[in-house]
Design a protein around this ligand. Structure first.
Ligand code: PGA
Length: 252
């Protein structure tokens, strides 16, 4: 059975002290009442990763960076490599978030380099995809996301593809308070699973966790997660509030 996963994406929020407190609060909630069959991941700023790794029960709460460098090491001022992330004890890297694609010109070519390095270092990529509003309005969202796959993760070997977590995040739903309806989420997730099956076979498709992201919160998580092809969520705003985040974790 594919895993149920709830991952927080803190984005550029919290000071180190606030982040440690948040991680401890989430950890307490997870230890006290978190559903045992849900994998919980906290996507923290680079500066917080080591401290957060050391503040949580590693058997219950995983830690992710929100990006990594496209080069293994060297003269790239300001960059943080996949090997560095690995050395903190983190287990995951969020890659291809729409904010990185849009504000930092992250192309498929750059993403492919990052994917390779993340996988080489034994980290699990949380690969983000999703269409902007104009594409949704034109009704061509399926083709758009399929193309994102074809340019990146469909170039991986089967063995590497199996290591991925996918997060479908319609850009028009991120941070806007507008959530995709439960039907819209299911429709896209089913399409993505079918597309994966077409490329790598049904067995692999059935084992791939596809998370929904975009204004997912304590109120709507239950309905979204009730869909057969929605395997959890990538949570932005609501992951900064431990009481909301635990409700999302327990929304299955
Ligand atoms: P949001 O962000 O939950 O605040 O909409 C989700 C994300 O960008 O990962």
């Amino acid at each position: 059975m594919r895993k149920k996963i709830v991952a927080g994406n803190w984005k550029c929020n919290t000071t180190l002290q606030e982040g440690i407190q948040l991680a401890k609060d989430v950890n307490t909630q997870v230890e006290e009442k978190g559903a045992e069959d849900v994998v919980v991941v906290l996507g923290t700023p680079f500066t917080h990763i080591t401290s957060v790794v050391n503040s949580v029960n590693k058997t219950r709460v995983g830690v992710a960076s929100q990006n990594c460098a496209a080069e293994p090491k060297g003269a790239y001022t300001g960059e943080v490599s996949a090997a560095m992330v690995k050395s903190t004890g983190a287990g995951y890297v969020i890659l291809g978030h729409s904010e990185r694609r849009e504000y930092y010109n992250e192309t498929s070519e750059i993403l492919n380099k990052k994917l390779a390095l993340v996988l080489e270092n034994g980290l699990t990529p949380i690969y983000c995809c999703g269409e902007p509003l104009s594409i949704r309005e034109a009704g061509t969202q399926n083709d758009y996301v399929k193309k994102q796959f074809e340019e990146t993760i469909f170039r991986l070997s089967v063995d590497d593809f199996k290591k991925l977590i996918i997060a479908y995040e319609p850009i028009w739903a991120i941070g806007t308070g507008v959530t995709a309806t439960s039907e819209q989420a299911q429709e896209m997730h089913a399409f993505l699973r079918e597309t994966i099956a077409g490329k790598f076979g049904q067995e692999i498709a059935d084992e791939t966790s596809i998370l929904y992201g975009g204004s997912c919160n304590a109120k709507n998580a239950k309905e979204l997660f009730a869909n057969p092809d929605v395997d959890g969520g990538l949570i932005g705003g609501a992951s900064l509030k431990p009481e909301d985040f635990i409700e999302i974790i327990n929304a299955y």
